[in-house]
Design a protein around this ligand. Structure first.
Ligand code: NAD
Length: 434
């Protein structure tokens, strides 16, 4: 019997930003896809060459090209000024945006307007106006605009959501989450762009999305405070740590409150790379999870906890010697990128050309990563940034109300009747009953 014919296609990738997250997840994904491609009976074999990269100076791109050799396809390195124009001219089919978060918007919008599918690192963008513009550009150009929230693919979080979806855990009441990053992030890795920024936008956003995606409901209000004095001046706009509170309402008229504490000033000799803990309390149960206590503690003389951490997260992204002898790098940090490529491949090659609009619509309905489902997360980030900016300017403890009678995001100042409309449109199309 003749061997069945397998369709072979190509999706050429463009990468904006070659920093830490590129090194941790995109690089191993592209190297894997370079040798194996991505296969599904629905679309056949799709080769995924990294075709072009855009970075500020081009130095990391050149160093990577030299180090990777044949592990990666030859790619064009585009640098400033206007690295993005070079990348878009290189004939890419999709663009991954992993530049600092206040630089996502312009790159993502230009790529969408050029008809490229786009995948953006979290947080997608910093305001609802920007999110609206991305969504409109994706629609006008018939492409996908998606965001990476890899924690939704963590097996522990999938289990939490499964128990909630199946009704075994009933009605969330409260939750707290904490994620503490090492000082090396704020004082080393991000030193170039840290001024005026806060760890909430960078890391609380993981939990904002987890809460929003897992429990649903409507975001009602946002409050936030924080501490300064280590990364920047004690009265300046750069934050060491933040404490964010979100209140959600649900269709049955009940509410839940969630506190998310983050920092990026944990000592670098901390036993784990980060400290992450959550508790969610339900009508009939409690979910407690601690990422450093998943079970592994490994001490190596002269190495831990500096060059190697004592507590290792082998689920996110680990380098392994597989039982069958191969070296691999795998985990949910890479899986989330492969999922996006599969979604694009399904849209482009998963059936008759005339049915592409239906496939595009189906991909847009995936609320775990589509920008259209990122509204409440971006609303929380925009509100938090506005509250912290007010705090730094001398007015702490402001609150943002969501879908208030004056607008979608309205900032209220304690002791004042003044209200500032941060976003005029509605955050959620439908109001809660009652
Ligand atoms: N999913 C996660 O858990 C996770 C983890 C880390 C970072 N991130 C996200 O990834 C993004 C990048 O973070 P990182 O840790 O890699 O930061 P980083 O500072 O290590 O790297 C940023 C890179 O972007 C480049 N860059 C800066 N301005 C640019 C521009 N205008 N055009 C092109 N490139 C530009 C820099 O030169 C650098 O190579 C952020 O949005 C961050 O929130 C996500």
């Amino acid at each position: 019997m003749p061997a069945p014919q397998i369709a072979v296609h190509q999706l050429r990738a463009g990468m904006v930003g070659l920093g830490m997250i590129f090194e941790e997840t995109y690089r191993p994904f592209f190297e894997q896809a370079h040798t194996q491609g991505v296969y599904d009976p629905a679309f056949g074999l799709v080769r995924v060459p990294l075709c072009a990269v855009a970075s500020r100076t081009g130095l990391r791109a050149e160093a990577y090209k030299r180090a990777a050799g044949e592990r990666i396809s030859p790619f064009v390195s585009c640098k400033e000024p206007d690295a993005l124009a070079g990348l878009l001219d290189a004939g890419v089919d999709f663009v991954c945006v992993a530049s600092p978060d206040d630089r996502h918007f312009e790159a993502a919008l230009r790529a969408l307007r050029a008809g490229k599918h786009v995948l953006i690192e979290k947080p997608s963008v910093l305001s609802l106006e920007e999110l609206d513009a991305l969504e409109a550009a994706a629609h006008q150009n018939g492409v996908l605009a998606k965001v990476v929230y890899h924690k939704l693919l963590d097996p522990d979080h999938k289990k939490l959501r499964t128990l909630v979806a199946e009704g075994e855990l009933r009605h969330v009441n409260t939750g707290y989450c904490t994620l503490l990053e090492p000082k090396s992030i704020s004082c080393g890795q991000f030193a170039e762009w840290i001024a005026g920024r806060n760890p909430g936008t960078y890391v609380a956003v993981h939990y904002i999305k987890l809460i929003d995606f897992t429990f649903g409901g409507r975001l009602k209000s946002v409050s936030c405070t924080g501490q300064r004095g280590l990364v920047g001046a004690a009265d300046g706009p750069t934050w060491d740590s933040t404490q964010l509170r979100l209140v959600y309402g649900y269709a049955d008229g009940r509410e839940a409150a969630f506190d998310i504490h983050t920092s990026w000033v944990t000592p670098d000799n901390f036993p784990g790379y980060v400290d992450q803990e959550v508790q969610f309390r339900f009508d009939n149960g409690v979910w407690n999870a601690h990422s450093r206590k998943r079970g592994v503690e490994c001490t190596v003389e002269g190495r831990t906890p500096q060059s190697r951490k004592i507590n290792i997260n082998n689920h996110y992204n680990g380098a392994f010697l597989e039982p069958w002898g191969e070296r691999s790098q795998r985990g949910y940090g890479l899986e989330v990128l492969e999922r996006f490529v599969r979604e694009v491949a399904r849209v482009e090659y998963g059936g008759a050309a005339g049915e592409r609009p239906q496939r595009l619509l189906a991909a847009r309905q995936l609320s775990y990563n589509d920008v259209s489902a990122d509204r409440q997360t971006v609303a929380a980030v925009q509100a938090m940034e506005a509250i912290l900016a007010r705090h730094a300017a001398g007015t702490p403890n402001c609150v943002v109300e969501v879908d208030h009678r004056l607008g979608g995001l309205v900032l209220l100042t304690p002791g004042s009747s003044a209200a500032e409309v941060l976003y005029a449109g509605r955050v959620c199309a439908e109001a809660l009953p009652g």
